[in-house]
Design a protein. Structure first.
Length: 153
């Protein structure tokens, strides 16, 4: 099974939407294998958003992410990266289709509730950035045989 990283951003926490977002991913059939609350600092922000460091909006992203805690999560499932990206929707909540997390709950580009890894490689780096190996849990959901066919597990 593939793993991916999802971060529930300060707006998700402050709008009391953690449960809704986590439920959406669980209801899809993804398996939560790690979760923790943490505060962003400049070092984490610069590492996590290094690909945006030269953009004029970079300082506002860093400040936004430091406003309140975030919740880092790791998920597992068949094609987890792609499945989560589709469930999350476009970065701009106003452009995300209804039925996606951002399409249903976001009106912003920055305050868009959730960050999700964009590739398997990025997922591996991001999971490693936020979790130690012992903070990720192997377990089998009781409903696994109702989530996937036998040939998919």
């Amino acid at each position: 099974m593939e793993r991916t990283f999802v971060m529930l951003k300060p707006d998700c926490l402050n709008r009391a939407m953690l449960g809704k977002v986590i439920s959406r991913l669980e209801e899809k059939g993804l398996k939560l294998i790690g979760m923790k609350m943490l505060r962003f600092n400049d070092a984490i922000a610069k590492e996590h958003y290094a690909h945006l460091a030269s953009k004029p909006f970079f300082p506002s992203i860093v400040e936004f992410m430091k406003r309140s805690p975030v919740v880092a999560t790791a998920w597992e499932g068949k094609d987890a990266v792609e499945v989560v990206r589709k469930a999350v929707g476009a970065t701009n909540g106003r452009e995300a289709p209804p039925g996606t997390i951002r399409g249903d709950y976001s009106m912003s580009v920055q305050a868009n509730l959730i960050h999700a890894s964009d590739s398997k490689e990025t997922a591996k780096k991001e999971i490693g950035r936020f979790f130690k190996d012992e903070e990720l849990f192997e377990w089998e959901p009781a409903a696994i045989s109702y989530t996937y066919s036998a040939s998919e597990v």
